[in-house]
Design a protein around this ligand. Structure first.
Ligand SMILES: Cc1cc2nc3c(=O)[nH]c(=O)nc-3n(C[C@H](O)[C@H](O)[C@H](O)COP(=O)(O)OP(=O)(O)OC[C@H]3O[C@@H](n4cnc5c(N)ncnc54)[C@H](O)[C@@H]3O)c2cc1C
Length: 471
């Protein structure tokens, strides 16, 4: 059985992995010291010569994918025009940085071990087992979400978020054809193919979070007849207030998206080809569908390290340097439950900005500890954004306490621009802005960080964005 050794190993080849690799390179990692192991691959259809063998999988080939900016998958990747495709959105373009192409990793001597699924992670023997059943002996299982260390080496260890599937809840018919999930580029390719095959067809989007909202918009832009179904009284209830949601629901309705609230999908029926035909709702309604896309959230795949690392709030518990409970194993990105200093709480954050920044923090901490130095604790200001149709919003801070809506939130208004402040203990702790300019978005970020006192909510509502611009 072939065995390979690395000083640092990053497990998972997503956003955090790419930003960690860039930071390792900045810190002067030596060629051969760092590897990224990831299962991600895209299916390429080979020459038509093989089409007669369509039933067999031999007409597909797997092509490995270096780390890329995952948010593109639910946005421009699905657009009929101005479509985003790799290598256009490899990390780190999402934060305005250099685009790291596969050649970049080669030049730096960073090994990309792609199309490789890890099936066993043993932190005590510092051994990783991949799908092909070859072992990677790792020294110094250093960092989890990613990193580890064995003997005198480290192993960055970045973990794997995965989507929640309806089959996890035993939903009837959840495995029929043309029901899609969106986490990886291969999922997005399958959806693009279905959009082409089911031209002008009907789609049901299950879930009213930001993925559901972005996907509904993308499918509508492709001229698909879209219905969105979610159980809550309004969309994106984890962040949106009723006032914010009313704008988006109105805007989507004006674009022709049908919104069905207060119920869930409980079953699917298929046609004679085994493709989805109908979606049955709990309230008894039945929706016709050629395509179903499910966006009901994700969760960290912690099963690979179950019982080996301390977990909390559904993730892998870390300190402010993303060190886990096991020495020299680090976790970053979506899977890390870390101290959010600003609010004196521990939390898990499933957004791209944190994936990037936590990766950089972990690598800096590793390098500092090797040199006997220390770095500042992670002091993160939560930031989240989304884009759909011609809309674009940003949110900074914490969405707790009283709320104040400001601006023009009429979905029919051609000059819509509005926002919301969250006020707790007399201070503004969170700010949301739709259609802000870069300067205005910077201003709301500052408000959320500074937490200015406010005593009159009516005045705050009237001032709106002008309040933030003064801080
Ligand atoms: C469609 C979509 C749109 C998004 N849009 C936004 C947005 O607009 N704004 C925002 O703030 N955030 C957005 N996010 C969230 C953001 O992309 C994540 O927070 C970010 O990707 C987390 O980075 P990560 O490195 O922790 O995980 P990921 O980027 O998900 O990377 C995990 C990697 O682990 C690999 N992996 C999993 N299991 C295994 C295994 N067993 N063996 C080997 N490798 C494995 C996967 O293949 C993947 O490469 C979006 C997410 C998705 C899915």
């Amino acid at each position: 059985m072939a065995e390979q050794q690395f000083k640092y190993v990053i497990l998972g080849g997503g956003v955090a992995a790419g930003y960690a690799a860039r930071e390792f390179a900045k810190q002067g990692v030596k060629p051969g010291d760092l590897a990224i192991i990831s299962k991600e691959a895209v299916c390429l259809i080979l020459l038509s010569l093989y089409l007669v063998r369509a039933a067999s999988c031999s007409w597909f080939s797997l092509s490995a994918v270096a780390p890329y900016e995952r948010p593109a998958l639910s946005k421009a990747y699905l657009f009929p025009e101005g479509t985003a495709r790799l290598p256009g959105f490899h990390v780190c373009v999402g934060s305005g940085g250099e685009r790291l192409l596969p050649e970049w990793y080669k030049e730096k001597g960073i090994e990309l071990i792609l199309s490789t699924e890890l099936v066993k992670v043993d932190l005590s023997s510092k051994t990783l087992v991949r799908c092909s059943w070859e072992n990677f002996q790792v020294s110094n299982f250093n960092h989890c979400n990613w990193f580890h260390r064995t003997l005198k080496y480290e192993l960055p260890f970045f973990f794997f978020p995965q989507v929640i599937r309806l089959s996890d809840f035993g939903v009837q018919g959840a495995d029929v054809k043309n029901i899609f999930y969106l986490r990886e580029i291969d999922d997005a390719d399958k959806l693009v193919e279905a959009i082409k095959t089911k031209k002008n067809g009907k789609a049901v989007i299950v879930g009213g979070g930001y993925i559901g909202l972005e996907l509904s918009a993308a499918l509508r832009i492709n001229n698909i007849d879209v219905s969105m179904v979610y159980p809550e009284p309004w969309c994106m209830p984890r962040l949106f207030t009723a006032g914010i949601a009313a704008f988006y629901e109105g805007y989507y309705a004006n674009k022709g998206v049908k919104i069905i609230k207060g119920t869930v999908a409980v079953g699917f029926t298929a046609d004679s080809n085994g493709e989805v035909k109908e979606v049955q709702l709990k309230d008894g309604r039945v929706l016709e569908a050629d395509i179903v896309v499910v966006g009901v959230g994700g969760r960290p795949l912690t099963s690979l390290v179950k019982g080996q690392l301390e977990e909390e709030k559904g993730g892998i518990k870390t300190d402010a340097f993303f060190k886990t409970s096991v020495p020299d194993v680090y976790a970053v990105g979506d899977v890390a439950t870390f101290p959010l200093k600003l609010y004196n709480e521990i939390r898990r954050v499933e957004h791209v900005d944190h994936a990037r920044k936590s990766a950089e923090q972990a690598v800096k901490a590793i390098k500092a500890s090797e040199e006997g130095k220390t770095i500042d604790e992670y002091d993160y200001l939560p930031y989240f954004y989304s884009r759909a149709f011609d809309l674009s919003w940003q949110f900074y801070g914490d969405n707790v306490g009283d709320t104040v809506l400001f601006g023009d939130s009429d979905p029919a208004s051609p000059t819509h621009k509005f926002g919301t402040y969250w006020i707790k203990d007399g201070k503004v702790v969170g700010a949301f802005l739709e259609s802000g300019t870069p300067e205005e978005n910077k201003a709301i970020a500052k408000v959320a960080r500074v937490q200015p006192p406010v005593d009159n909510l009516d005045v705050l509502s009237k001032e709106g964005i002008a309040f933030a611009s003064k801080i």
